[in-house]
Design a protein around this ligand. Structure first.
Ligand code: SF4
Ligand code: SF4
Length: 391
């Protein structure tokens, strides 16, 4: 792979050249993965296994953005990030309840990024707005549809749900269908799967559900089954997503992780950049001066999470360099009975790459320097967590 440095990337990002967004290098390469947290704490459904319900985070609020979508585009410009990024928009609730999300998605797509949106597909008017985006930017839009079968069935929303997914598929977006396993769903699994095959040509993917009532300490499986029973039941549906998540579930990570540099979380509510869910460093304000370089800082050997519970994304996209994982494409795509696929060619290609392809590898001295910076704060946080039990 050719290494193309531009001034911005050489100065602050140490990333390799841009992807096709500016037509300058190999197609579809991305330099960062960003989880963009939308300030919504409300939902159109109330799933009993929802981690937000567990942590009593629903307060029915959909907070207006402090900054306009156009301004946020400047904050996350390609130039500032060192190239095109994959940006995943999600909320602690239903993402599309925020009216500004549509405009923000459009701004980020027009900037040349690849946008992912997590939604339960119950808000048809918002889905219609997305489906009306110009074809050339919908090509870079991926939707993760959460398939909450029991709730959708109880509320008579299944037809609407699948119609909305087909609307996005027919408009040219990529998508996946993901089930959160829970014990109450077991009697309905066969009918749920058959419905997915009938409507979308393939079985859904299955995630692994964590019990968030123990947040900060353990994050075990959310089930009354033992580990073996859980794997035997939910692992039957040929879902690489389930297989990989289950494999790494409850395994603390000790490798050098580049989260904080190659990937991170941006909180729209606070205007900050965080390394990962459990920040080992201090959150950084990246909104006040959108023209200043972002001080990316890898978490290194200081992962603060009990385990990498969404490692299918963070690790699948390559936050830990050199780690063997299935590709993100394998964990999201399905080939349908008629030969069509849930991922369009753009995402199939994109999700087959990893972050390390776009970055200069961390040398030993850089790893040591990073750890020396991060470790003191991480240790202080761990002590505070032990004493006060905070996340
Ligand atoms: S749709 Fe998602 S956010 Fe809403 S209640 Fe269900 S799990 Fe929670
Ligand atoms: S190992 Fe996973 S949870 Fe830990 S910092 Fe890296 S990406 Fe985050």
């Amino acid at each position: 792979m050719s290494v193309k440095k531009n001034i911005a990337t050489a100065r602050c990002n140490k990333s390799r050249g841009e992807g096709s967004a500016n037509g300058s290098a190999k197609p579809h390469k991305f330099v960062r993965f960003i989880e963009l947290r939308i300030p919504v704490h409300a939902c159109t459904l109330r799933c009993q296994y929802c981690y937000i319900t567990h942590r009593s985070l629903f307060d029915s609020s959909v907070r207006p953005f402090r900054y306009s979508p156009h301004y946020i585009r400047r904050v996350l410009s390609r130039q500032r990030l060192g190239g095109a990024a994959i940006i995943n928009m999600c909320a602690e609730g239903e993402t599309l309840l925020s009216s500004e999300v549509i405009e923000l998605a459009r701004e980020l797509l027009e900037e040349g990024h690849y946008v992912m949106i997590v939604t339960n597909a119950t808000l048809t008017n918002r889905i219609e707005e997305l489906a009306n985006f110009p074809k050339e930017i919908i090509d870079r839009l991926f939707i993760k549809f959460s398939y909450h079968y029991m709730q959708l069935k109880e509320r008579g929303l299944l037809d609407k749900f699948f119609n909305n997914i087909r609307m996005m598929r027919d408009a040219g977006a990529s998508f996946t269908l993901e089930v959160t396993p829970h014990d109450e769903l077991i009697p309905l699994v066969e009918e749920m799967n058959q419905r997915a095959i009938k409507e979308l040509g393939a079985l859904p993917h299955f995630t692994v559900a964590r019990d968030d009532r123990y947040a900060g300490r353990h994050l075990p499986l959310l089930t009354q089954m033992n580990r073996e029973e859980y794997r035997n039941f939910w692992g039957r549906f040929n879902s690489p997503l389930f297989d990989y998540k289950f494999k790494i579930f409850e395994q603390p990570r000790s490798e050098f992780c580049c989260a904080g540099d190659w990937s991170g979380i941006v909180e729209i509510a606070t205007g900050t950049w965080r390394q990962c869910y459990y920040n080992a460093s201090r959150p950084v304000d990246i909104f006040t001066d959108p023209d200043s370089p972002i001080p990316f800082l890898a978490i290194g050997h200081n992962c603060m999470s009990p385990h990498c519970w969404n490692g299918h994304t963070w690790l699948g996209l390559g936050s830990i360099p050199g780690m063997e994982t299935p590709t993100y494409a394998e964990m999201r795509n399905r080939v349908c009975e008629d030969g069509s696929e849930w991922l369009n060619p753009t995402f199939k290609e994109l999700f087959s790459h990893r972050l390390e392809e776009a970055h200069i590898p961390y040398s030993l001295s850089r790893r040591i320097a990073t750890d020396l910076k991060v470790a003191p704060i991480a240790i202080a946080k761990r002590i505070r967590r032990l004493i006060f039990g905070s996340r």
